[in-house]
Ligand binder design. Sequence first.
Ligand SMILES: N[C@H](C(=O)O)[C@H](O)COP(=O)(O)O
Ligand SMILES: O=C(O)CCC(=O)C(=O)O
Length: 362
Amino acid sequence: MTNKVYFTPGPSELYPSVPEHMQAAMANKIGSISHRSQQFKDIYAHAVSGLRQLLQLPDNYEVLFLSSANEIWERAIQNTVEHESFHLVNGSFSKRFYEISSELGRKATKYEVAFGEGFNVDKIEIPASAELVALVQNETSSGACMPVADINKIRAKAGEEALIFVDVVSSMPNPALDYSKIDSAYFSVQKCFGLPAGLGVWLLNDRCIAKAEALVAKGISVGSYHSVPSLLSKAKANQTPETPNVLNIYLLSQVLDEMNKKSVDAIRQETEAKAKLIYDYIGSSENFDIAVKKPEHRSPTTIIANTKLPASEVNKRLAPFDMAVGSGYGSYKESQIRIANFPAHAVTQVQALVYKLQELIG
Ligand SMILES: N[C@H](C(=O)O)[C@H](O)COP(=O)(O)O
Ligand SMILES: O=C(O)CCC(=O)C(=O)O
């Protein structure tokens, strides 16, 4: 038994009601039901309608369930890129999407800025031949984010046929995306939805679907069981091609009910208020300083601080008080900490973390 509160960037703290929903799932033997049964189809439909409501998704968008964001990177390339993709890169995960495109034999080009920096969109030139433009709204490794107003400028810079993909893995539902300015967005549930890992959610519009169908018509492989046409044909019947993560789809549907009851606006306001508490503290600390220099590029959900004390020592001091923050990513493991500020983190928990850090570290 542990009372530890995880401020790690994912997996992270579970949404407070998850244990209760787990118990209900066990009591109702959700783990044993067939994924072709009406009971499962109702769970699936419940999760999709909850997502549509929370994310204010337009009708020309579909919701697909995959295993992870990593899988969505691979499926996105397979299903929408014949020759060339273009990537904005400013950290490890945006770089990984770029690499996956190359690994799948496409020509991947990029516009890269240093780790921890955001983008000056006016400077970006997008090759007219790029079929997919990959934007990272929130780079989990570095804490740099892209304001929605900047995302909305990209369409005018890309080729008419280009599909604009937005990585909101560790920020959704915080950014109020304008879905008419993009074609796809995706995330995984172990971040802001406060669930165990093992479920990726892919939102994609009719233009992405038409592109996948066009590739199929040309005889190009778009993958097998998790191709867009295969996923869609099952999604229309509230199912997936494979036996999916039924338990997590159920938990998602339940957490979405609560998030919708609270309202996405209230979640966003609370996220901003908690982010301010954390940034104000880091900004005034003697040990920490804010890693992302431009305020407009500072993520409200994954907050990164440079630390003089090694990150492992910060966590060692927090441990007796049942709190853990994330270490830095990759080569920043000891020189940065990452603090997740997700909907599952209560204001009182964030206040307690800031208070403890102040007391223990200064
Ligand atoms: N930390 C990654 C990121 O933020 O992009 C993330 O783990 C990718 O998601 P999956 O592990 O669900 O593939
Ligand atoms: O620490 C993180 O950002 C998550 C790490 C992760 O998912 C990965 O490295 O694959």
